[in-house]
Design a protein around this ligand. Structure first.
Ligand SMILES: C=C(O[C@@H]1C=C(C(=O)O)C=C[C@H]1O)C(=O)O
Length: 356
């Protein structure tokens, strides 16, 4: 037998062993699912999943690459979890958006992802338990925060249970893949802003039209050969378009951060983040005094935003992210002191940090 055939035979044997083990593993997951259901515990446990990825990465002896262990096990876990219960996930659609991609990255392909047309609907679907979790964008490293998402937390009791980072790259695409066919370019205002230099250099005479999402732009481009969309690779595949020019963004290092919202609280993993919202009195130094509680406990603040309270003119709500979990001793002490210096305090959730 040729060496090539011989090696492939060995791979076939190993694949059979992997499949047998996958089924053994799935049986255990089903058992665990029954226990969790009987104890009324959440079926999806992100802290456990994170611990699995990290443990396997630490013991990996190679040559299987460390960076792909999570991808492989993400799908194994997603498929196992679907045997306990298929997870219904609401996300800001339509299909083919970066939020869709973030949902798949976090929950895997076995979850049922449900596209909704706005951020409020995603909150409502999860609040009314039509979906177990929701995925929404919260900020882009170049364009800043998504105000609508922040504002939704004012009146919602949902918790943040996870975060996902995606590197964003914009491509110009149309039906033919031919630049000369393009009369109009459609995209989301953020994507257009991020490709400004390229557009002014290469598409001066082409009309640029803003639409509500990059996927919507791709949907329009699919119907009209003279329309091109600036959208993601996901949209290209989903809408059957052809890339005219790849990565036309002005700056690299473009990341979008997404939040996973739901009713369950995520357990401590040792590498977590906590999000809070609060207001302070209109008094000199009140914000400074409050935030000192974190500095005193040596807690790093990773984000601060302010938004109008919408209840009274010139009254603001602050949003802060800190390193650590509410079950960490230093976070507990800091929040206890912090709460003495603020008016309203709402803990939006502690959750495992997303991989950048
Ligand atoms: C099996 C479990 O349920 C789910 C599936 C997991 C898995 O397949 O390893 C891990 C965490 C949960 O999201 C569990 O809780 O351990």
């Amino acid at each position: 037998m040729e060496r090539l055939d011989e090696l492939r035979k060995q791979i076939d044997v190993i694949d059979e062993q992997i499949l047998k083990l996958l089924n053994k593993r799935a049986e255990l997951a089903i058992e665990i699912g029954k226990i969790k259901k009987a104890q009324n515990k959440p079926l999806y446990v992100p802290s456990r999943e994170k611990a699995i990825y990290e443990r396997l990465k630490a013991i990996n002896s190679g040559p299987f690459p460390d960076e792909y262990i999570k991808n492989v096990f993400r799908e194994i876990i997603s498929a196992s979890l679907s045997l306990e219960e298929v997870q219904k996930i609401a996300y800001l659609g339509p299909e083919g958006t970066f939020t869709h991609l973030a949902g798949i990255k976090h929950f895997g392909l076995a979850a049922k992802l449900i596209p909704l047309s706005n951020i409020s609907d995603v909150f409502e679907y999860v609040e009314k338990k039509r979906c177990t979790y929701g995925v929404i964008p919260i900020e882009n490293s170049l364009e800043g925060v998504v105000n609508h998402t922040l504002d939704m937390f004012m009146d919602s009791n949902l918790k943040i249970c996870g975060e996902v980072y995606l590197e964003v790259s914009h491509h110009l695409m149309n039906l033919s893949g031919n630049f000369d066919d393009i009369k109009k370019i459609y995209s989301h205002p953020h994507a257009i802003a991020q490709c400004r230099k390229w557009l002014s250099k290469n598409a001066r005479r082409i009309t640029v039209v803003e639409v509500e999402s990059t996927a919507k732009a791709a949907e329009i481009a699919k119907k009209d050969a003279s329309v091109a969309a600036i959208a993601s690779e996901m949209a290209e595949i989903h809408y059957g378009l052809k890339i005219v020019e790849k990565s036309i963004e002005d700056f690299t290092n473009n990341f979008t951060r997404f939040l996973v919202i739901g009713y369950t609280e995520s357990a401590r993993t040792g590498n977590d983040k906590t999000s809070i919202m609060f207001s302070v009195a209109h008094r000199a130094g009140s914000l400074y005094e409050a935030l000192r509680a974190f500095a005193k406990q040596n807690i790093n603040m990773t984000k601060i935003e302010s938004r109008p309270s919408k209840r009274k003119a010139w009254e603001y709500i602050f949003y802060v992210d800190i390193d650590g979990h509410i079950m960490d001793e230093n976070v507990k002490i800091a929040l206890d002191n912090f709460s003495k210096n603020v008016n309203i305090l709402k803990i939006l959730g502690s959750y495992p940090k997303g991989e950048k």
